[in-house]
Design a protein. Structure first.
Length: 175
């Protein structure tokens, strides 16, 4: 059975932005390496991941929220509609066999914090949580200092600098 990777990231980047291009590349590599993707289903990084995956033979699941205004992006092969933000986050987490966190704002931070806390408290199966960008690398480092102080696991979230190392890690962990 194919594994599904839930990817979190900003809705703001457009096709000409580096963040969009990186997300498209990652979506492509995920599909080429036998993974399907799941995102929040709207635009920016979510669209880029979906586009890259679908154009390379993968499935793209979008978990959207009713009444948020815009339609889902056109690259989705399946849409799951939720009635609230928290239902959406739960469905994104439930759907993923692993999580990748790309550049984003407070919504992305919320999603990272949720999967990290569920993993930290043992409330979900141990699933890979991978971050990409210097922003997340800094946040993970700061949080791991606190986690170490609290006597907690400091190896729950991994930081990566390239899409290739993300793919290598996922392939070794999930395939």
């Amino acid at each position: 059975m194919k594994k599904t990777i839930t990817v979190f990231g900003s809705s703001k980047p457009v096709e000409t932005d580096e963040q969009y291009k990186l997300a498209y590349e990652l979506g492509s590599l995920l599909a080429i390496n036998g993974f399907d993707v799941c995102t929040g289903g709207f635009f920016g990084i979510m669209e880029a991941i979906s586009k890259g995956a679908v154009e390379n033979g993968g499935e793209a699941i979008g978990v959207t929220v009713n009444n948020w205004g815009p339609d889902a992006n056109k690259y989705l092969t399946k849409e799951i509609k939720c009635s609230s933000l928290f239902e959406r986050i739960n469905k994104l987490i439930e759907t993923g066999d692993a999580f990748i966190v790309l550049q984003g704002g407070t919504g992305t931070l919320l999603e990272l914090a949720m999967v990290w806390e569920l993993s930290n408290k043992g409330l979900m199966d141990n699933k890979p949580i991978l971050c990409h960008s210097s922003m997340w690398g800094g946040i993970v480092s700061i949080m791991n200092t606190q986690m170490e102080y609290e006597g907690r696991n400091t190896h729950l979230v991994k930081s990566f600098k390239t899409t290739e190392t993300i793919i290598d890690y996922l392939t070794n962990q999930l395939v």
